[in-house]
Ligand binder design. Structure first.
Ligand code: TYD
Ligand code: MG
Length: 456
């Protein structure tokens, strides 16, 4: 069987029929290498018998130049990315339709372009005139962003090859159409192929690429999940539609911490950064209210205070309602069970509603104690002091487990005018802050400390 080789340029990826010293397409010298297709091996022989290319090996101690990050100049975005944009990185921004992804990325593109970087914004959803209208509303028509309204991937890649921008934004990946794939735009194979082509092309050329992906509930078009593994960073833009707050959350980041959040507010002039989210999430609190407890949490690297609200009401239903917004419903069930089994506080026959104010989602187990406090406070109609914060993880035995970064939580609470805190006692010594810390061993001790003898 004849040996079938192809000659591929390592600089631009174009394949040639024969070897040459210089690639005709990109003009690079000595970049063409011979590649033997794996399938070219004689039939019946193992992979090892077919000739491949020798892979370059290196040691762990090899020295690389430090990453040169570029800042967008939007602090909340830069922090979520782990300190700015890494060159030649691929970022996926997912979120529900209408949540503000296009707005955020147009603003980011504008901020980046104003620093003299070359930015291309490719929209497959809106016409250039619509994007200009949005830019006008965002007061950024002067930013030198280049626009394209296009869905054909081949044309987009050719344009990128000619333009060589620092950053390209693809809005959205589900509208892109790769003509070598037979299925319709938005299908899994199209979305995968388009994301693969764009990310690998961008990596080869040192272009950073941001892909916008719609999250879909009905499954009609492929969600961003199918491409999460291909990109370096995955950000989700979340928020309640009726609320003006939006949270940008890093769920995967090869260049920084995951779980970092950036907080924005949607206004008539676009997204505004919220640099002190605690003040914003607590803004509607004035006097002590039963069922409302402030949790001192940590989101990523930053302490954030949030208000946890609970409502307990007699249920007309055979199976009472358990409604949770912003927290895990399985975790609520666990806390209700621990309260019943370990402390004798039952919620049978009662509807329980739990809400994290401000539209933020909390996933820290450290919120357990604050949730339990809100539930008991609502059940007993007994308010906790308005100037106290609560944190601690509850174990199934009813004991309180230590949690991370107590000092940062307390400092943030002090900054916002809180005077006391309830925290697990089994914690390493906490550095002194201006907050009066009540240390409690277990849930029963906490209840006695906060609510005294419970009436039945
Ligand atoms: P958009 O960025 O188009 O959402 P996505 O790209 O995630 O689908 O945001 C659309 C919503 O944002 C729309 O309902 C209007 C609102 N909006 C504002 O409130 N203020 C603004 O300045 C802009 C541009 C949009
Ligand atoms: Mg959009």
């Amino acid at each position: 069987m004849a040996k079938s080789s192809t000659y591929t340029c390592t600089a631009c990826g174009v394949t040639h029929k024969k070897w040459a010293g210089r690639c005709e397409t990109c003009g690079e010298w000595n970049s063409i290498t011979e590649e033997v297709a794996l399938s070219a091996g004689p039939k019946g022989k193992t992979l090892g018998a077919a000739k491949g290319q020798r892979v370059e090996l290196s040691s762990l101690s090899s020295q690389d130049a430090p990453l040169q990050r570029s800042l967008f100049g939007i602090d909340e975005l830069d922090r979520v990315l782990g300190g700015g944009l890494v060159p030649a990185s691929a970022i996926l921004v997912g979120g529900d339709p209408g949540i503000g992804k296009s707005t955020l990325l147009l603003q980011a593109a504008g901020a980046f372009a104003r620093q003299g970087k070359k930015v291309l914004y490719v929209s497959g959803e809106e016409a250039a005139s619509q994007i200009r209208m949005r830019a006008d509303r965002l007061n950024m028509t002067d930013a030198p962003v280049q626009l394209a309204a296009e869905t054909n991937l081949r044309d987009i890649l050719t344009t990128l090859d000619n333009e060589r921008p620092d950053l390209v934004i693809i809005d959205s990946i589900q509208t892109m159409w790769a003509d070598h794939v037979g299925s319709a735009p938005g299908s899994v194979s199209q979305v995968r192929a388009a994301a693969h082509e764009l990310t690998s092309f961008a990596k080869r050329r040192g272009i950073s690429v941001v892909l916008v992906g719609h999250v879909t509930k009905d499954g009609q078009i492929a969600g961003p999940r199918v491409i999460e593994h291909m990109v370096d960073t995955v950000l989700y833009f979340e928020g309640e539609r009726g609320h003006q707050f939006r949270i940008l959350r890093a769920v995967k980041n090869r260049f920084g911490p995951a779980d970092e959040i950036g907080v924005f507010e949607m206004t008539s002039g676009g997204l505004q950064q919220v640099l002190n989210p605690s003040a914003l999430f607590l803004s509607e609190r004035d006097k002590p209210t039963s069922g409302s407890v402030v949790f001192a949490g940590i989101e990523g690297t930053r302490p954030v205070l949030v208000e946890i609200q609970a409502l307990v009401a007699k249920s007309p239903l055979a199976t009472p309602r358990r409604t949770v917004v912003g927290w895990d419903s399985g975790r609520l069930a666990m806390i209700l069970a621990v309260l019943e089994a370990r402390c004798g506080i039952g919620f049978g026959g009662m509807d329980v509603y739990l809400n994290i104010a401000g539209g933020i989602k909390i996933s820290e187990p450290a919120a357990d104690l604050a949730v339990a406090a809100a539930l008991i406070s609502a059940l007993q109609d007994h308010a906790l002091p308005a100037d106290s914060v609560v944190f601690g993880e509850i174990s199934l035995s009813g004991a309180l487990r230590p949690i991370s970064q107590p000092e940062n939580r307390l400092k943030e609470a002090e900054k916002l005018g809180f005077a006391s805190a309830y925290a697990p006692s089994r914690m390493k010594t906490i550095a002194k802050t201006g907050i009066d810390v009540h240390k409690v061993d277990d849930l029963a001790a906490f209840i006695e400390n906060c609510f005294g003898q419970l009436d039945d």
